[in-house]
Design a protein around this ligand. Structure first.
Ligand code: ACO
Ligand code: OAA
Length: 381
């Protein structure tokens, strides 16, 4: 052990498992501050953006560094709406995938396919990268909505260009005009999920970009990293936990059993925030609105019972996935679709980081300390 508590090898080399606490680069995209429980996108507090700005405006901000003027937003919106439909070849590729695979596999495959069909895939100029990021962001709702619908045995719903991003996403997923309360809640979740500095999936995207690989490869890899339950996969795992517990009165006993068997409780804890996730109060308030809208106090009771028990037992607080999971459930999404919803939002942050990495690149290649067999001779056969 070093004085910082980090383990060392027999030779005294300090090992930073999981790169915990290691600052690997600078970024101007967002600032996560665990001391003040705050998160800034390009300098703006995320909760204020969620309250006052659309997801489209936030996407522009994350990519370009400033909020859009009316004209800039109109230009971006025109491109976004023109690229909402899935190209036929990608739609067919999705339809051929088995419904036994996880929806994150569908997302990952779709982005890879979109890259293979994109004529600008190998053009890494800033203009081409920005255009690809925008097109990918525009089409991902169709990927997610199609996948949910085919699993339900329903036909694809074509996008509508008279609707906002959030309205159109819900329209394509459910085939009916969404209610205003649901649109608002969904939009807030998209804003909150869009960006979070050097998390595991964003770092993956940056590692891939650092080899001078292409943007679609970076996003495909990032989707793989987000899928895991220690990262984005936790939002669907929260709903699985709720289903396992059943009702609020069973939460304490369930938690005691789970902790006794050393299970990780999904939706709780965070690598950076140790005193609460900056985004939880906003998402929790949004969940409260949905609970009132759908008259589902029972779900909130279960939510609160598990949160209270977890705080009492372990003093570990919820992360964004904890309120987001039940919120998506109330909106009507299937549980396995929750992490793809995270993809649809985080693609903005990933691509902003791809562009930032490319603009000041250094190959990412850390070192490891070898602890295997010493050199030995290959025996004669
Ligand atoms: C949007 C996002 O990606 S947010 C993260 C979503 N992920 C989850 O919700 C999964 C559940 N949470 C976790 O597994 C962890 O809190 C992580 C992976 C997110 C962060 O973990 P780390 O920073 O590596 O902390 P680590 O896992 O070392 O935890 C420290 C201690 O708290 C415990 N702990 C942390 N989170 C949890 C949890 N959710 N349930 C039970 N115990 C936990 C650990 O067991 C460990 O205890 P120990 O010191 O007795 O061994
Ligand atoms: O920052 C992290 O490690 C995980 C997280 O909350 C996110 O990616 O939104």
């Amino acid at each position: 052990m070093t004085s910082s508590g980090a383990p060392t090898t027999d030779d005294g080399v300090e090992i930073r498992k999981g790169l915990a606490g290691v600052v690997v680069d600078v970024t101007a995209v967002s600032k996560v501050n665990p001391e003040t429980n705050s998160l800034l996108y390009r300098g703006y507090p995320v909760q204020d953006l969620a309250a006052r700005r659309s997801f489209e405006e936030v996407a522009y901000l994350l990519w370009h560094g400033e909020l859009p003027t009316r004209g800039e937003l109109a230009d971006q919106t025109a491109v976004e709406r023109a690229h909402r439909a899935l190209p036929g070849n990608v739609r067919n590729a999705i339809l051929e995938l088995p419904t036994t695979c996880h929806p994150m596999d569908v997302c990952r495959t779709a982005v890879s396919q979109l890259g293979a069909h994109d004529r600008d895939a190998e053009d890494s100029s800033p203009e081409a990268e920005q255009a690809k990021a925008l097109r990918l962001w525009a089409v991902l709702p169709a990927v997610v909505a199609l996948d949910q619908r085919r699993r339900r045995g329903l036909q694809l719903v074509e996008p509508r260009d008279d609707l906002t991003y959030a309205e159109n996403f819900l329209w394509m997923a459910f085939g009916e005009e969404p209610e205003e309360a649901v649109v608002r809640a969904f939009e807030v979740s998209m804003v909150l999920y869009a960006e979070h500095s050097f998390n595991a999936s964003t770092f993956t995207a940056r590692v891939i970009t650092s080899t001078l690989s292409d943007l679609h490869s970076a996003v495909t890899g990032a989707i793989g990293a987000l899928k895991g339950p220690l990262h984005g996969g936790a939002n669907e795992a929260v709903m699985a936990t709720f289903a396992e517990i059943g009702t609020a009165d069973r939460a304490e006993a369930w938690l005691d059993d789970a902790l006794a068997s050393k299970r990780k409780i999904m939706g709780f804890g965070h690598r950076v925030y140790k005193h609460g996730d900056s985004r939880v109060p906003t998402m929790r308030a949004t969940l409260d609105d949905l609970v009132r809208h759908y008259d589902r106090q029972d779900l909130l009771d279960l939510y609160t019972a598990l949160e209270t028990a977890m705080t009492e037992r372990k003093d570990i607080l919820p992360n964004l996935d904890y309120p987001a999971g039940p919120a998506y459930h109330l909106m009507g999404f299937d549980t396995q679709i929750f992490t793809p919803l995270f993809v649809a939002s985080r693609v903005v942050g990933w691509t902003a980081h791809v562009m930032e990495q490319r603009a000041a690149n250094a190959l990412i290649r850390p070192l490891s300390e070898y602890v295997g067999q010493p050199q030995r001779e290959v025996p004669e056969v």
